[in-house]
Design a protein around this ligand. Structure first.
Ligand code: SF4
Length: 302
């Protein structure tokens, strides 16, 4: 939950999650839909699907006994495997997060950035690991980065390792680490059509291989965006444009044009749900925004 999210934002989600899924076996036995519902609001839903699958694998085969075994679980990368291995299981394994990268760059005056900085920081973390106390050591390194060797205004005068810090000795602290290259944004345009029939909305499962796979959404076109004339031909009569929403996923800025179409009979291939039942479905953030447009800000449009 803490990947890409702050501790303060996570706490209420974590507490609800632990109350519902107190043991790995309970999580494994839950449906994916329910797991996604408990994740709703945290974004990056692949993490919820991964932890669910990992719980199933652990329930079936037991807990891994090595970093490689942890990394074989879905959603566990090098950092998480190091954190779980050293802190939860007491193994002599290092970890590198953004805080450790920064401490490393300053202590050693490393001018690399991005993946090269990360690789060098891992080599360094292996070399300096306090064997027998790896969990405490790793937490101390991360805390040093989070509270003393901060990105801006580090407290070098209070720093317990200032005597060994080459950036401090050379007055280079504020130059390091060097910034990563700027994100190159990709602009995307999607069209969403909300079918309405006899007071119900038509929704579908997001197909495999697309963002938000397995969740529920109004039919969405993401590859080719038809022009208005073409769209009118596709929708027939009884459609109107509702508005636009904007959404960001990783480096993609998505503009979604939202249309509603009123149908005389339910079409197949969609599930038809009453507005009050939409909340019970696992909805990706853009779909939840559209639902709010439909029956919140604009008044119920069914
Ligand atoms: S002396 Fe300053 S720059 Fe060096 S590790 Fe400590 S806080 Fe970071």
């Amino acid at each position: 939950m803490l990947q890409q999210t702050t501790v303060a934002a996570v706490i209420p989600f974590f507490e609800r999650w632990m109350a519902r899924f107190p043991k790995v076996e309970v999580l494994a036995a839950a449906s994916e839909d329910e797991v996604l519902t408990y994740w709703q609001g945290l974004g990056y839903y692949s993490r919820a699907r991964n932890i669910h699958q990992a719980a199933e694998m652990i329930t079936d085969h037991g807990w891994p006994d090595s970093v490689e075994g942890l990394r074989a679980l879905p959603g566990i990368g090098a950092y998480t495997a190091g954190a779980v291995g050293s802190i939860a299981f007491g193994w002599d394994v290092p970890l590198v997060d953004g805080n450790v990268e920064r401490v490393f760059a300053r202590l050693t005056v490393c001018y690399e950035s991005g993946s090269k900085l990360n690789r060098l920081a891992w080599d360094w973390a292996h070399g300096v690991l306090a064997k027998g106390h790896a969990g405490d050591w790793n937490q101390a390194l991360m805390e040093l980065g989070a509270t003393v060797c901060r990105p801006v205004n580090p407290s070098c005068v209070d720093c317990p390792v200032s005597n060994s810090c080459f950036a401090f000795a050379s007055d280079l602290v504020n130059e390091l680490p060097v910034p990563k290259k700027k994100t190159e944004w990709v602009e995307l345009r999607h069209i969403v059509v909300v079918p309405i029939c006899e007071g119900k909305f038509g929704v579908r499962r997001v197909p495999e291989g697309r963002w938000w796979q397995g969740m529920w959404e109004f039919p969405r076109e993401e590859d080719s965006v038809p022009g208005l004339d073409e769209l009118a031909g596709l929708l027939g009569s009884g459609w109107e444009e509702l508005g636009k929403i904007k959404h960001v996923v990783t480096k993609h800025k998505i503009t979604v044009r939202v249309f509603i179409v009123r149908l005389e009979s339910e079409v197949s291939g969609l599930e038809w749900v009453a507005p009050e039942d939409l909340d019970g479905l696992a909805l990706p953030a853009p779909t939840a925004k559209i639902a709010r447009m439909l029956y919140g800000e604009l008044g119920l449009l069914v």
